[in-house]
Design a protein around this ligand. Structure first.
Ligand SMILES: O=C(O)[C@@H](CO)OP(=O)(O)O
Length: 247
């Protein structure tokens, strides 16, 4: 049996302001830092340890990983960064307030943009100042591969090659893995691991900074999964994420 841990970053400045974030590189709030530290304390108390760590190119996930590992005295562990673990790209919604967007377009439209499997939000223009196409950190990517918007299906399609080529082989070698990522890149992984249907993934929300543990069999199929710590608090935090897109 293998055990892996997924952690969505702690609260970010744009989570606090309730803005669509996507690939925008915003920082953690003091609450977000505390959530990340608490994740580290919980993991340590529960006897978790890791050999390799994975995160995105975005500092809210990178700092979350670092604060978590710091509590475990494991800041020296190898860290693999990949754009494939980035948040789902939110297109032209990036920067807009979720509640105001719901007032303008309606709760239902915003739910479709936030949670439907295959309807992407309106795309950014490549020339838009918010586009990441000229961002140095993605310089090695083909600019055409840097998204201008993504639905969850697109996110699944770019997360899975990373899972299959990097993470799954490491797990099978016996390495203990933690992944610090984002609400929708984690939803993509959860959908794949749990085999959740396209229409049922709408109801899945990932809370900030709470370790999500998966126990996997020898074929990396889930035996069970659970949030570490207070299960009721995790369910409440997930429900709060669900309601962020309401007017
Ligand atoms: O704005 C975002 O990038 C994500 C995560 O914060 O939001 P949502 O939960 O609305 O998909």
């Amino acid at each position: 049996m293998y055990k892996i841990v997924l952690i969505r970053h702690g609260e970010s400045t744009w989570n606090l302001e309730n803005r669509f974030t996507g690939w925008t590189d915003v920082d953690l709030t003091p609450t977000g830092v505390e959530q990340a530290k608490q994740a580290g304390r919980l993991l340590k108390e529960a006897g978790f340890d890791f050999d390799i760590t994975y995160t995105s190119m975005l500092k809210r996930a990178v700092w979350t990983l670092w604060h978590t590992l710091d509590q475990m005295d494991r800041t020296w562990l190898p860290v693999v960064h990949s754009w494939r673990l980035n948040e789902r790209h939110y297109g032209a919604l990036q920067g807009l307030n979720k509640g105001e967007t719901a007032k303008k377009f309606g709760d239902e439209q915003v739910l479709v943009w936030r949670r439907s499997y295959d309807t992407p939000p309106p795309a950014l223009e490549a020339s838009d100042a918010r586009s990441e196409r000229s961002d140095l950190r993605y310089a090695k990517m083909n600019p055409q591969d840097i998204p201008l918007t993504e639905c969850l299906k697109d996110t699944v399609e770019r997360v899975l090659p990373f899972w299959n080529d990097s993470v799954a082989p490491a797990i099978k070698l016996g390495k203990r893995v933690v992944i610090a990522a984002h609400g929708n890149s984690i939803r993509a992984l959860v959908k794949y691991l749990d085999g959740i249907a396209d229409d049922a993934i709408v109801g899945v929300n990932i809370p900030n900074g709470i370790p999500l543990v998966y126990e996997l069999d020898e074929n990396l199929k889930p035996i069970k999964s659970y949030y570490l710590g207070d299960a009721e608090a995790a369910a409440k935090a997930a429900a709060a994420v669900a309601s962020q897109g309401k007017a």
